[in-house]
Design a protein around this ligand. Structure first.
Ligand code: NDP
Ligand code: 2IT
Length: 445
């Protein structure tokens, strides 16, 4: 680590103690952009990175609600409004017991660069709660969502801050929150994305993160004259991102051998087919069951409390959560012949793991580039809401595909190191320059 970066990080850590995921995300960006900042007086003199790591606003609030037994529950709600230089704050809401300020600040920070890469005018934000939707009734989830939105609705709006889903927040939760916002503000507007299709949602938004990640990996493979056809893929997670990653991979002739959740993973040597995927979707989205229940429905092995990275695969799609690929997992993947990684999740690979992939010179796409299709399609939902029009499935999918190709091109432009493409550096630099220049144009903001 250079002296400059060490000094910068020491200040970030001192000012934001105990936010280890935030430190991790900031360090990764600092390593990519510091040489450019040092060489560019307008960035260096304007303290641009010091400004970027300070959120424009942090909201933290009490969320009281009554459970089915009539007992009072109290959760904590958050919204990090990180950067609005290139558009309204935009980013998901995460409901998971592990949510805290540091986790949401890392996600909001990543979102700023990701949204910049999408080519659309969106700033960065993230929010959520330590509420755990698992094991709660629909009524309890609704009560929580209504209480959460009763406070959040004071700070968001279609031109200010537009939240969406993330872990633990899908169509059901977006519906309850949208209903509450509309009721309190008396306004039918595109304040959230990921809405239902008959009340302002966009076709392909549900599919977008997974499809987009696969489109991105297709572009990476092309740089080495490869394609997805016949490739064996390991996918982690079994939620929104994982499900549509698998759907697109099957369509393009790849073989998906794993899916997981926080309890373990399933391994299907013959490959998960369309029928089995439909079964996973029903079990996870309707019955809200566990991935091990899938093993009972179709023939596959189940590995309790294990992650799928020991399985032999050509391409890995980590699509569950942060830091799910350790240095040792990465070594195992490389040893087993893995040639590419497409991060559906945000920051799923630890810094040690990233080094392993880059030293092995395999194709490694960081989440802020590879999973940007989700928020990009949220951006397309916002455009359709503004026009009060909806585009066809084909139209939205075509735009998503074009955006993923454009993100790949930006990564290549800024990440080329001889013959190797450093996608981390490419994504960070391309995302940074647009936001930094906008901040400078707008004065001391
Ligand atoms: P879902 O809630 O739909 O699914 C999350 C999946 O990941 C579940 O299978 C869940 O298992 C697993 N998971 C969550 N937390 C953990 C954990 N701590 N350890 C192990 N497994 C875990 O979320 P999404 O599919 O939407 O999100 C997955 C990832 O993709 C996240 O990193 C998210 O930030 C990222 N992402 C999502 C986008 C979107 O549009 N939804 C866009 C871009 C990125 P279990 O049921 O056991 O908790
Ligand atoms: O991490 C992400 O990009 C998301 N969860 C999607 C955000 C959005 O606003 O669609």
């Amino acid at each position: 680590m250079s002296k400059k970066i060490a000094e910068f990080m020491a200040k970030v850590i001192e000012k934001n103690p105990a936010e280890k995921e935030f430190h991790q995300a900031v360090l990764e960006v600092a390593e990519s952009v510091m040489p450019l900042i040092e060489a560019t007086p307008k960035y260096k003199n304007s303290m641009i990175l010091e400004r970027m790591v300070e959120p424009e606003r942090v909201l933290m609030f009490r969320v009281p609600w009554l459970d089915d037994k009539g007992e009072i529950q109290i959760n904590r709600g958050f919204r990090i409004e990180m950067n609005s230089a290139i558009g309204p704050y935009k980013g998901g809401l995460r409901f998971h017991p592990s949510v805290n300020l540091g986790v949401l600040k890392f996600l909001a920070f990543e979102q700023v660069f990701k949204n910049s890469l999408t080519t659309l005018p969106m700033g960065g934000g993230k929010g959520g709660s330590d509420f755990d939707p698992k094991g709660k009734s629909d009524n309890e989830v609704m009560k929580f969502c209504q209480s959460f939105m009763l406070e959040l609705c004071k700070y968001i709006g279609p031109n200010t801050d537009v939240p969406a889903g993330d872990i633990g927040v899908g169509g059901r939760e977006i519906g309850y929150m949208f209903g509450q916002y509309k009721r309190v503000r008396n306004e039918f507007t595109g304040v959230l994305t990921g809405k239902g299709l008959n009340w302002g949602g966009s076709l392909i938004r549900s599919e977008a993160t997974g499809y987009g990640c696969v489109y991105f990996v297709q572009e990476m493979l092309k740089t080495r004259g490869e394609s997805l056809k016949g490739k064996t893929c390991a996918v982690s997670g079994s939620g929104n991102v994982a499900q549509y990653t698998v759907e697109k991979l099957i369509e393009l002739g790849a073989k998906v051998v794993t899916l997981s959740d926080s309890d373990g993973f399933i391994y299907d040597a013959g490959g998960i087919d369309k029928k089995e995927l439909a079964c996973v979707l029903n079990l996870k989205n309707v019955k809200r069951a566990r991935i091990k229940d899938c093993a009972k429905e179709f023939t596959c092995k189940y590995f309790e409390k294990k992650r799928p990275w020991s399985v032999k695969c050509d391409i890995a799609f980590p699509s569950a959560t942060q830091n799910e690929i350790s240095g040792d997992d990465a070594k195992m993947l490389v040893k087993n012949g893995c040639i590419a990684i497409g991060e559906g999740a945000n920051m799923p690979t630890t810094p040690e793991g990233i080094k392993v992939f880059q030293n092995a010179k395999i194709l490694y796409a960081p989440g802020k580039a590879a999973n940007a299709g989700g928020v990009a399609t949220s951006g397309l939902e916002m455009s359709q809401n503004s026009m009060r029009l909806s585009w066809t499935r084909e139209e939205v999918d075509r735009r998503l595909h074009d955006i993923m190709i454009a993100i790949h091109e930006q990564c290549v432009k800024y990440g080329k190191e001889g013959k190797y493409i450093n996608y981390v550096k490419g994504a960070n630099l391309a995302g940074f320059i647009k936001v930094a220049d906008a901040m400078i144009d707008q004065g001391l903001v």
